[in-house]
Design a protein. Structure first.
Length: 322
């Protein structure tokens, strides 16, 4: 589905139309990117392809990355899987943390100002898609009703898969091997202080840093890392360590390689560094925010938030209209 959406964006959406809706970095464009991500595929690899399509068509860097973060952290099916394997606390953590990731990303990009790097990456991405500068695209209604339009979509779909199928295949294969062969004790040993009920701050910080490192080498995507996160949680890893591990699907090695193929290595490393910083900060805030608020009343509030998480995210559909 994600690759199909990416292909349709490349064929149907013009640069001018994309610049008008998501070209500027503002609340409306960031919300629009986030809502679009919420409605899109939860597959990390498909989300990367759609993000590249948005970016090459003229969407700003922040709205594009907001889409990428939302599509891998705010989708409904991910919350269902987390509720099954980990519980309602982690559902709240995933959705609230996903919003924090988008806000922190916006702040970091604004502080670092990667203007020249962003434009160079956009040109590199356009070269990889063989996109011409001609923006005279027929009306989208005519395209979706015509055989030629769907042939163009199919051609783009094949091109998308042709660029990433090796990385996707290797990623899923390695993830399966790790899940089947690597013992649980290995992951438990990686997270310092996982056997303690009340780890010190440095131990929580260490677990939060180890989470992305483990995700980097496990090759597992946004949905596939939830069962492993449940194993880590059962072995005593802190809330911060678990959330950092769940948030880290976009810093895995296959994702980095695909980003480099799309935008070049400099931009790929920049995006990975930004995601690494914001996920560590968000995980720590979630950990101590939850730990510092105890009591039955607070737990009832969190339970209601978990039950209503899908509903309040759905209200975001109305925001771009205002």
């Amino acid at each position: 589905l994600g690759y199909m959406i990416s292909s349709m964006i490349q064929v149907i959406v013009t640069r001018e139309r994309m610049k008008e809706s998501m070209g500027r970095t503002g609340p409306k464009s960031v919300v629009l990117g986030s809502v679009f991500g919420f409605l899109s595929s939860s597959c990390s690899f498909a989300a990367l392809a759609t993000t590249r399509s948005l970016f090459t068509k003229g969407a700003g860097l922040v709205p594009s990355l907001a889409f990428l973060l939302a599509s891998t952290n705010l989708v409904i099916e991910l919350g269902i899987i987390i509720a099954i394997f980990l519980g309602w606390q982690f559902v709240v953590g995933e959705y609230v943390g996903g919003v924090l990731l988008i806000l922190f990303m916006w702040l970091v990009v604004r502080l670092t100002r990667p203007g020249k790097l962003s434009e160079a990456a956009r040109e590199h991405a356009r070269e990889t898609t063989s996109e011409s500068n001609n923006d005279t695209v027929p009306d989208w209604r005519a395209l979706i009703r015509s055989r030629e339009g769907w042939q163009q979509v199919a051609n783009r779909y094949v091109m998308e898969w042709g660029m990433v199928w090796k990385d996707v295949t290797i990623g899923f294969t390695v993830a399966g091997i790790i899940a089947a062969i690597v013992p649980r004790a290995f992951f438990q040993a990686l997270f310092v202080g996982s056997s303690q009920s009340d780890p010190a701050f440095w131990q929580v910080l260490a677990q939060t840093i180890v989470g992305p490192v483990a995700a980097f080498f496990t090759f597992i995507g946004s949905m596939g890392n939830i069962p492993l996160a449940a194993v880590l949680y059962g072995n005593g890893v802190s809330f911060a360590g678990i959330m950092a591990f769940i948030f880290s699907d976009l810093v895995a090695l296959p994702v980095l390689r695909i980003q480099a193929r799309y935008y070049g290595w400099r931009m790929a490393l920049y995006i990975t560094a930004v995601f690494l910083v914001i996920l560590i900060v968000a995980a720590l805030i979630m950990h101590y925010g939850f730990a510092g608020s105890a009591g039955d009343a607070f737990e009832r509030v969190l339970q209601w938030l978990a039950c209503l998480a899908f509903a309040w995210l759905g209200t975001g559909l109305l925001l771009p209209l205002f």
